[in-house]
Design a protein around this ligand. Structure first.
Ligand code: QAP
Ligand code: CO
Length: 168
């Protein structure tokens, strides 16, 4: 197991559209395990492969209180079932910033598990929100894209300044 480095906004690599996984093999299982380790260490509730500079369609999520309910979704797709809900989101790639985003409060997800089997899951509440946030990453999209240009620019400038401070 290994902890992976997380890319931070406005890194343009976060804009890469991830490719479908063609075979769920040990390489993908190791990636998922390393992503879970990285997410738990942060700590966070969700992480997409895009955030660790691997542009393949894998996400991990655990919204449980005790961080003991890991979910891995490979090639995930979803259908909206519920009502729009507003929730204050954060992101490991946008550290220190939290803003309200509107998403569906219920979704039906289909994906492959780490054995390469197809499964379906109806997710509600925070789990549904988090899965939608992570699938956005696979499409090169970040929660800051839903904010006003003014808010997004402010966040970008603050993070760019921090990144400059960190290397100098
Ligand atoms: C996505 O985000 C999410 O700013 C997962 O300093 C979050 O795990 C979906 C984190 C909220 C829905 C609702 C953020 C950790 C973790 C930070 C995360 C930070 C340290 C974010
Ligand atoms: Co995120």
């Amino acid at each position: 197991m290994a902890q992976l480095e997380i890319l931070e906004f406005p890194d343009t690599r976060l804009r890469t559209v991830a490719k479908p996984v063609t075979e769920v093999d040990d390489r993908i299982r190791t990636l998922a395990a390393d992503m879970l380790e990285t997410m738990y260490a942060a700590p966070g509730i969700g992480l997409a492969a895009s955030q660790v500079d691997v542009h393949e369609r894998v996400i991990v999520v655990d919204v449980s209180e005790d961080q003991d309910d890991p979910h891995v979704f490979i090639n995930p797709e979803y259908e909206k079932l519920g009502e729009p809900i507003e929730y204050q989101e954060g992101c490991l790639s946008v550290p220190g910033f939290y803003e309200v985003v509107t998403r569906s409060d219920k979704i039906k997800v289909s994906a492959l598990n780490t054995k390469g089997e197809t499964f379906e899951l109806v997710a509600e509440g925070l789990l549904a929100i988090c899965i939608q946030h992570e699938i956005d990453h696979l499409d090169g999209k970040l929660f800051v894209d839903y904010l006003s240009n003014l808010k997004r620019t402010r966040i970008r400038k603050k993070l760019e300044k921090q990144h400059k401070m960190a290397v100098s």
